[in-house]
Design a binder for this molecule. Structure first.
Ligand code: SF4
Length: 272
């Protein structure tokens, strides 16, 4: 057997093991029902009509995601609306004077972001002919574009079923599936794969918006609204605190069994 064949064999074995572990980890959860329930909740009571959610224009989506970074959406709305009216594309930003750009941001208290947008726009103009790229590597090669922003642009503008991993989506998925949450979970392959499995790829934008809103309005960091939660009966965290372990409608695997399975899987998965 050649070295390459041997390496491929090992890799395939590892990937196979990984797939089995993810399957075992999620065994007993009816993912499609959980996913559809979150989407139904979003359609009836979670949808928030932010202006950047009404467009698939890559430029507008990118601007929104840059502005939204660590900033409350309500604070971003007025700045976004004024900014998009003034600057219609990357070229307009690249050719504007720094003073003019800085002025646009001054009132919103987002001082450093005008510099970022200016440098990024020049880069996009130079390397991508002024078009926002859709390739993940190209996007993350741009100054200030994190994995989260790249995935958001790919999903909301181009329709790729990319997972958005941040403290909020990690919190929701960690609670539902009983996964331990650590500081590094936002970069965890395990969480990315779990949410990927939960996502309805045909409705990836809606699913990601739904998960963001669900985290903000129901499964909140402090005082989550378990009593209003449509998926509480499939949630390990809720079952644990409520002592519920029978007559579940969605999750048919006993809690004890889920926990035991998790304990066996987690050490391996976190190492991936
Ligand atoms: S039951 Fe509570 S912890 Fe579980 S998903 Fe709903 S709000 Fe979050």
């Amino acid at each position: 057997m050649s070295r390459i064949t041997s390496l491929n064999g090992n890799l395939n074995g590892k990937l196979m093991k990984e797939a089995v572990n993810i399957n075992q980890l999620l065994d007993g959860f009816q993912l499609e029902i959980i996913s559809q329930t979150i989407l139904e909740w979003w359609n009836s009571s979670g949808r928030r009509n932010f202006p950047w959610r009404e467009t698939h224009d890559p430029f507008k989506v990118m601007i929104a995601e840059i502005l939204l970074h660590r900033t409350r959406a309500e604070q971003v709305v007025p700045l976004y609306q004024v900014f998009i009216k003034k600057y219609s594309d990357v070229h307009a930003i690249a050719r504007s004077s720094p003073d003019e750009l800085e002025e646009s941001f001054r009132s919103a208290g987002l001082h450093w972001r005008w510099k970022l947008l200016h440098a990024m726009s020049i880069d996009i103009e130079t390397r991508f002919n002024g078009q926002i790229p859709h390739d993940f590597e190209d996007l993350t090669s741009l100054l200030g574009v994190s994995h989260y922003i790249a995935s958001a642009v790919r999903c909301f503008a181009f329709g790729y079923p990319d997972v958005l991993l941040d403290t909020n989506t990690v919190r929701v998925s960690g609670r539902i599936f009983g996964l331990p949450i650590t500081d590094s979970s936002r970069r965890s392959i395990l969480f990315r794969k779990v949410i990927q499995r939960l996502m309805d790829a045909e409705q990836c934008s809606d699913f990601n918006f739904a998960l963001i809103d669900f985290a903000a309005k129901v499964c909140r960091l402090k005082k989550p609204h378990h009593d209003e939660c449509p998926i509480c009966e499939s949630c390990v965290f809720y079952q644990k605190i409520a002592g519920v372990n029978k007559n579940t409608k969605i999750n048919t695997t006993p809690l004890k069994e889920i926990r035991r399975s998790h304990q066996q899987q987690l050490s391996h998965m976190e190492a991936l």
